[in-house]
Design a protein around this ligand. Structure first.
Ligand code: ATP
Ligand code: MG
Length: 301
């Protein structure tokens, strides 16, 4: 398959899940079990398509790196066991590690809490020519911190700045920050892996029952499950408030991992294809230098 055709397929595949206008968005409109026209019997075909996509992604990343103008920031958010780690691992498996950086954002350190909430993420932004991946991000500031408001108290904010408008203000600041980045040549694509409560339970059970998966189990994750509805509301509001043309959210059905990966790969390819990527053209002076170098190499031993 030619790159052009792959790009077309990637666009078709990812578009249904792309949110650019938050006003109309409702989380209940996206079914976590959706697999578009693929049935479960089509899994091998989907895996083949993913492989083709991964190869195309590697080609596009090579141009991104060579051109050294754009940076790409991919943000992943989800409930536990939705498959963030697996999606990152599989979709990025073909890219050159030198051109890609992954950062996982856990609970903030005391040093982090001594700064504004974007600080620790800003330090990890990708350089031009690179793909940066945030496994969780500053969006946690409108998710876990919103669901557990006691975390906000630990943030050392001046009390008069903590009002009922704080979430609205955070969304406003995030939108402005992302607009700023996009105006500086950072392409942003954001992924919410949308898993159902039933599928999460199944995956937690597997972690308990399968000795090879025991290490993945965390009782803290089970505790967070108790706040399921609060998290769903926080995610919905986050997507409604921060979906923009420059930094769209993809709400990706996550009950079938093979499908999740296909949509994520499609969206990343579609994003890269929207940039004017090409290998840098060499000018007349450089061509002359290349010819001279060839001559020297041929003349030497
Ligand atoms: P995995 O479990 O696959 O290793 P993970 O992303 O779930 O990946 P954990 O160490 O289990 O990693 O969880 C990280 C925790 O840190 C999450 O519960 C998340 O909500 C929390 N966290 C991230 N950012 C913040 C923040 N700004 N404030 C408070 N808690 C945060
Ligand atoms: Mg976890």
């Amino acid at each position: 398959m030619k790159l052009k055709e792959i790009i077309k397929a990637a666009h078709k595949f990812s578009k249904p899940f792309r949110i650019t206008d938050g006003d109309k968005f409702r989380l209940k409109d996206i079914d976590p079990g959706d697999t578009l026209e693929y049935g479960s019997e089509d899994k091998p075909r989907a895996e083949q398509a993913l492989q083709t996509g991964i190869e195309a992604l590697a080609e596009l990343q090579d141009m991104l790196y060579a051109q050294d103008k754009w940076a790409v920031l991919l943000i992943f958010q989800a409930m536990d066991a939705a498959g963030k780690d697996g999606a990152i691992k599989h979709v990025m498996s073909g890219v050159n590690p030198q051109g890609c950086q992954v950062y996982s954002f856990k609970a903030p350190t005391s040093e982090d809490l001594d700064h504004d909430f974007l600080w620790r993420c800003m330090k990890c932004l990708p350089e031009r020519g690179r793909i940066g991946i945030f496994n969780r991000s500053y969006y946690e500031e409108t998710l876990v911190v919103r669901v557990h408001e006691e975390l906000l108290e630990k943030q050392k904010l001046p009390p008069k700045l903590v009002t009922k408008d704080i979430w609205k203000e955070r969304f406003h600041d995030i939108r402005a920050f992302e607009r700023y980045l996009s105006r500086n040549g950072v392409l942003i694509r954001k992924f919410f892996l949308h898993v159902s409560k039933g599928e999460q339970k199944k995956r937690f059970m597997e972690r308990i029952d399968n000795p090879e998966k025991n290490w993945k189990f965390s009782s803290a994750d089970c505790r967070e499950r108790g706040f399921w509805n609060e998290y769903q509301d926080a995610y919905e509001d986050m997507i409604r408030q921060t979906s923009t043309d420059a930094a769209p959210w993809y709400v990706v059905p996550a009950d079938n991992k093979w499908f999740t990966r296909l949509v994520v790969a499609g969206a990343v390819i579609d994003g890269l294809a929207s940039l004017d990527l090409h290998y840098p053209k060499v000018g007349a002076a450089e061509l002359k230098l290349l010819a001279e170098a060839k001559k020297t190499l041929n003349g030497g031993k």
